[in-house]
Design a protein around this ligand. Structure first.
Ligand SMILES: NC(=O)c1ccc[n+]([C@@H]2O[C@H](COP(=O)([O-])OP(=O)(O)OC[C@H]3O[C@@H](n4cnc5c(N)ncnc54)[C@H](OP(=O)(O)O)[C@@H]3O)[C@@H](O)[C@H]2O)c1
Length: 475
């Protein structure tokens, strides 16, 4: 059976990809916006189509000859995501019809269409309606509410709030009902949907027990072995709650706002199709799902994170832009007797719990300032202590180029009056470390000049510490 997986670098798609590549019943094709985002093994062993759902010819290449297509494309990180998602779904169903695709499997969100529904939930419903609009293609529209798994946005919000705040002042929305589900159960439904032998299109609502957000927080605290007190107040607006989440959790202000707006409406199951068509899948309890997520984080086994992709990585102009940068701080060290492979490993360990090689307190202050003005701060951390992959975020940076053993290029995603990059290159027998800055207006220039004294110490020490750290790295 020829299966197409879209959204393969996203939170859901990356986990599904790991399962599909091992399933011998399946001939897998993967659709990505940038082939470099996939490992060499995947590129060698699987059929990969590079393209964008806004280009019909790319979709035709991806969907031609396909039996079942997973639709996991979502543009939440873009401001006009509602319109983009509609166009993308329309393009997809048009070409799926043309290519005689038999089935589309789409994962959307729980929620009922009414006047109070949030833009985000509405967009998920509209996408499902567009994908289900053809009488020629069957659509299995699976709807999930809060997904509990390591790295999922909703779970990371709950976990961070519970871990950081012994006593929480909570808005009214913590009383809203939801039906969460563990990410592993979501995977089971998606896989089983491939082999489901029905002809008609279906909406399948999935979830475990119905519970209030408040109960989710208290049960999470129990799993983490913490005692927490929640005090509900009536005056927390969506804006205020979003600032609160932005400050105490890794999510950005925009994402917090989109999610909080959704918390006003109940996200509970509206049909019994999960029981009817997938009766052998028994979703784990909320606490079991939390325990599994917490264990994965402890064991450094987080497969995907909500922040893995935001589209900026595939902007191919970074290379031109760094050449245009007005300010550059460059440090060069001779590698002499240092092992190049170990030096690159040391470079790749930058950030997160590993720190920034020196002057970590300055990076922390910069992170706090960034959070206070609505940026990502340092709270996104690292997915893995040693490994880095192209496209993922790392504190307030994003990996925009990773050429193993040769080059790491990080794009600054902190609030900054300009564009900034940090590059590490191993060339011939030298390590070249460059901080690039393209200022916006006079403030951008003042910003750079005001940091020159700090940069002098930070960057000079950074390159030295990378070399020193490489000496204690094991192969
Ligand atoms: N995550 C959750 O907790 C959750 C909960 C309930 C329901 N869902 C649903 O599950 C689905 C997938 O969500 P997700 O969280 O996995 O999303 P995500 O992490 O934001 O990933 C979205 C994916 O879409 C791809 N994409 C975006 N625009 C594209 C375009 N124009 N052409 C081709 N690919 C494009 C991205 O590719 P790049 O890698 O190239 O950027 C990325 O792989 C959504 O419908 C969502 O509503 C998710």
């Amino acid at each position: 059976m020829k299966i197409l997986l879209t959204g393969a670098n996203g939170y859901i798609g990356r986990r599904l990809k790991n399962i599909l590549i091992q399933d011998l019943r399946i001939d897998l094709r993967i659709f990505v916006r940038n082939k470099k985002s996939l490992s060499k093994d995947i590129l060698a062993d699987f059929d990969v189509v590079e393209g964008d759902s806004f280009h019909l010819e790319d979709l035709e290449k991806a969907l031609c000859g396909v039996d079942v297509a997973f639709y996991l494309i979502h543009s939440l990180h873009q401001e006009n995501y509602k319109d983009l998602d509609k166009i993308s779904a329309q393009n997809f169903i048009t070409i799926a019809q043309k290519c005689n695709v038999k089935k589309i499997i789409y994962l959307g969100g729980l929620g009922v269409k009414n006047d109070h529904i949030s833009e985000h939930l509405m967009s998920r419903i509209e996408t499902g309606e567009i994908l289900s609009s053809s009488s020629l293609v069957q659509t299995i529209w699976i709807r999930a509410g809060v997904i509990i798994g390591s790295g999922s946005a909703s779970f990371e919000i709950i976990r961070n709030l519970v871990e950081k705040l012994p006593c929480m002042i909570t808005p009214k929305w913590v009383e809203t009902f939801a039906q969460p589900i563990g990410v592993d159960d979501v995977m089971s439904y998606l896989i089983e949907a491939i082999f489901l032998e029905t002809q008609e299109s279906l909406i399948v609502d999935i979830g475990t027990n119905k519970m209030r957000y408040k109960e989710m927080m208290l049960e999470t605290a129990e799993v983490l072995g913490l005692k927490r007190v929640l005090l509900s107040v009536p005056f927390m607006t969506i804006e205020l709650s979003s600032y609160w989440l932005n400050l105490f959790t890794p999510v950005s202000f925009g994402m917090a706002k989109a999610l909080i707006e959704g918390l006003k409406s109940e996200v509970v199951i509206q049909n019994d199709n999960a029981q009817k068509y997938f009766s052998h899948i028994e979703p784990m309890s909320y606490k079991q799902a939390v325990q599994k997520a917490v264990d994965e984080i402890k064991d450094n086994q987080v497969i995907s994170r909500w922040s893995d992709t935001d589209g900026t990585t595939w902007d191919t102009t970074h290379h031109d832009k760094i050449n245009d940068a007005i300010f550059v701080d460059r440090q060069i060290a001779d590698l002499g007797h240092y092992d190049k492979e170990k030096v690159f490993k040391a470079i790749k360990s930058i950030g997160g719990k590993n720190g920034w090689f020196d002057y970590d307190f300055l990076w922390e202050i910069r992170g706090i300032i960034d959070k206070a003005i609505g940026g990502a701060g340092l709270s996104r951390g690292r997915r893995d202590d040693c490994d880095l992959r192209l496209g993922e975020c790392l504190d307030f940076w994003r990996v925009v180029d990773l050429d193993e053993g040769n080059r790491l290029l990080l794009l600054a995603q902190m609030k900054v009056p300009g564009d900034a990059w940090l590059e590490f290159k191993i060339e011939k027998n030298q390590l070249i470390q460059s901080a690039y800055f393209y200022p916006k207006g006079i403030f951008g220039r003042l910003y750079w000049y005001s940091l020159v004294p700090l940069h002098y110490f930070i960057f000079k020490n950074m390159i030295q510490r990378i070399l020193e750290n490489s000496l204690v790295i094991e192969r």
